[in-house]
Design a protein. Structure first.
Length: 198
């Protein structure tokens, strides 16, 4: 029996730190970024390209302020969910509420373009009903994070800026050890657009 896992790509945040450096009109999700395959794409497109084909239930959560990201997501087979809030908790809750009947949710951040597809597949494979599945590099938790079905109601109860980290204490945590610095690499400032192997 195959499990149904929904990928929820969070792309509603304002990227304040990035804008402070790059300029108020610069959206980090649309910034050019050379992927680990060498191809230059926008940050959000790199994220979408890296989603394994086996994960075909995909939802991008964003705001009306990001029409380009919406079009990009649709081109990559995502449903688009537009919300008014930019808070991570609100985004997760809305994404989970949009597909409450799946077996689990894989939360992917729209500003993490360097995660290898194999790392995403490993986290998805480790998902279980009662567990939080998280990639670990050198002892540090990264992304994406998988949440089993039993955590659905708690995910839908999230709100505001706060993400799902508190749920780690409420479920069994399955640590997926990876050799992928991409699981810790987010684009907070323009300098982060260039991936440097440690």
């Amino acid at each position: 029996m195959s499990r149904s896992i929904a990928v929820i790509v969070l792309a509603a945040g304002e990227g304040r730190r990035f804008r402070e450096v790059a300029g108020a009109d610069k959206d980090k999700l649309l910034a050019d970024c050379a992927g680990r395959d060498g191809a230059v794409r926008s940050v959000i497109e790199q994220v979408l390209v890296n989603l394994p084909a086996s994960l075909d239930k995909r939802i991008l959560v964003t705001t009306e302020a990001r029409p380009q990201a919406m079009r990009m997501a649709q081109a990559y087979g995502c449903e688009v969910l537009s919300i008014a809030s930019t808070g991570m908790g609100d985004s997760i809750a809305a994404g989970v509420a949009a597909c409450p009947d799946v077996d689990g949710w894989l939360i992917v951040l729209g500003d993490m373009p360097f995660i290898l597809p194999s790392s995403i597949e490993q986290v998805a494979a480790a998902m279980a009903d009662d567990a939080v599945s998280v990639p670990v590099l050198d002892g540090e938790f990264g992304h994406p994070v998988g949440f089993g079905r039993s955590l659905g109601a708690r995910l839908q109860a999230l709100s505001g800026e706060r993400g799902a980290r508190p749920l780690f204490k409420q479920g069994r945590v399955v640590e997926v050890v990876v050799e992928d610095p991409g699981v810790l690499w987010d684009i907070d400032v323009p300098q982060a657009l260039v991936f440097a192997q440690a």
